[in-house]
Write a protein that binds this ligand. Structure first.
Ligand code: IMP
Length: 424
């Protein structure tokens, strides 16, 4: 039988630590493929004392022999892509060999970024707190059938297509009473597309079909998280793509019956960057401590992340929507030494208790919190402390799937595999 594809994705509001897990399990896969999002993502990897942040390029890029594919569901800003390529080449990672880019992926133009800023300014106090990387306007052009794709770079009239889209954007920006993109940004963009054009451009659906048929293992890497999904997240405070497992099918061109494992990544607590509902948010010393110890500041924007207790109904929802088969719990060390840990087991919505994630959590919603035991310091080579084992057992009972990986720190080495392993 042809090999299957596994999917790895965020089960919360993003920033769960997906990059680290992909990097840890990458040796088990021949192909790592990003399926949605764009440079709004910041996947942080730490090894041998060095920190690396990836925005567009899959997190398998540091492992020799792994093919990294940017799928059709991803949106690419050539300027950011070029910077990422240069940073990798400077440390000896030759992406010209190991990186493939789908011709069907859409391009982010400087005017998309300007439109993102205009849309946010227009929303005023109800703004989404977008990363302003042009993600929303680029996906709007994709679904509106106006977008430019990577494959268009190979067409003789690419410049003409670019110009007509820019003109359209400029008319929209004028309606918003906003300036277009500066001339230098356009020049920088047109120079940067040369690098993208020189990459190995592929029809990724055929590439992946062939890879799977020949027995290769493929890992689909998601960006952002389930609660930022355009359909099932906390709309409208979401991103503009399908971050859930179904997005791996549309964002890569792989049929659903070829998916085997779905690995959900979550933190031992919750964070959210930007605006939008967050039932377990802590605005006290506990929240401050989690932010400080967990260094909860955005890797793309540097913004402080909002912090709160683990939300089990939300995690259960993520397990359901994605068909998660196993979970990886990140940043368990951040809660070490806390005397009181709480976990949300339900909500009170307009006076009624429920353990279901409601349609709209922007209204009056109170978390039902249970106190659980804390635990002391964590050491990679020792058994996990009883308090942490009990915390893990509580989560597994609630959501009904096993936690097979526990991360005790940012480094590759600070990882404990439990109950069998994530790897094959
Ligand atoms: P956009 O995708 O940049 O338009 O941002 C929409 C919302 O998703 C904002 O609240 C962002 O803060 C959030 N967001 C986008 N990308 C990420 C991410 O990679 N991690 C966490 N939050 C994100």
């Amino acid at each position: 039988m042809a090999a299957r594809m596994d999917v790895l994705l965020g089960a919360q509001w993003g920033d769960e630590g997906k990059g680290k897990v992909v990097d840890v399990i990458a040796p088990d896969y021949e192909v790592i493929a990003r399926f949605q999002g764009g440079p709004n993502a910041g996947h942080t990897l730490l090894f041998e004392g060095q920190k690396h942040v990836l925005h567009t390029i899959p997190s398998g890029v540091f492992r020799t022999g792994t093919v990294n594919l940017v799928g059709n569901g991803v949106v690419i800003d050539p300027i950011i892509f070029l910077k990422e390529v240069n940073a990798l080449m400077a440390i000896g990672v030759d992406v010209r060999e190991s990186l493939l880019v789908s011709r069907r992926a859409h391009l982010i133009l400087p005017t998309h970024r300007a439109l993102d800023a205009a849309s946010e300014a227009e929303k005023g106090s109800s703004k989404i707190s977008s990363t302003l990387k042009g993600i929303g306007p680029t996906y709007m052009d994709k679904t509106g059938r106006n977008g430019l794709r990577v494959g268009d770079l190979e067409l003789p009239d690419f410049k003409g297509r670019f110009r007509s889209l820019v003109n359209k954007h400029e008319r929209l920006l004028a309606m918003y009473d906003r300036p277009g993109a500066p001339k230098e940004a356009e020049e920088e963009w047109l120079a940067a597309v040369q690098t993208l054009r020189s990459m190995k451009l592929v029809d990724s659906e055929h590439y992946l079909d062939q890879a799977l048929r020949s027995g290769k293992r493929v890992l689909a890497e998601g960006a952002q998280g389930t609660l930022l999904d355009i359909d099932f997240g906390t709309y409208p405070f979401v991103t503009s793509s399908n971050t859930i497992s179904a997005g791996a099918c549309t964002g890569l061109g792989v049929a659903p019956n070829r998916i085997e494992k779905v690995v959900g990544i979550f933190k031992a607590y919750c964070t959210r960057v930007g605006s939008g509902p967050f039932p377990t948010e802590l605005e006290d010393a506990d929240g401050e401590q989690i932010r400080k110890v967990g260094q909860e500041f955005g890797s793309t924007t540097g913004r402080p992340r909002r912090c709160g207790w683990l939300d089990l109904p939300a995690l259960h929802y993520a397990v359901m929507i994605n068909g998660i088969t196993e979970l990886a719990m990140m940043k368990s060390d951040v809660l070490s030494g806390m005397e009181r840990i709480k976990v949300c087991t339900g909500y009170t919505v307009n006076g009624t208790a429920t353990d279901r994630m409601p349609y709209d959590i922007t209204g009056r919603i109170e978390p039902i919190l249970e106190k659980v035991d804390g635990w002391g310091e964590l050491h990679t080579n020792e058994a996990l402390p009883d308090g942490l084992e009990r915390y893990i057992a509580l989560i597994e009972r609630y959501v009904g799937v096993p936690i097979t990986l526990v991360s005790l720190g940012p480094d590759r080495a600070q990882t404990v595999l439990r109950q069998g392993t994530l790897v094959h």
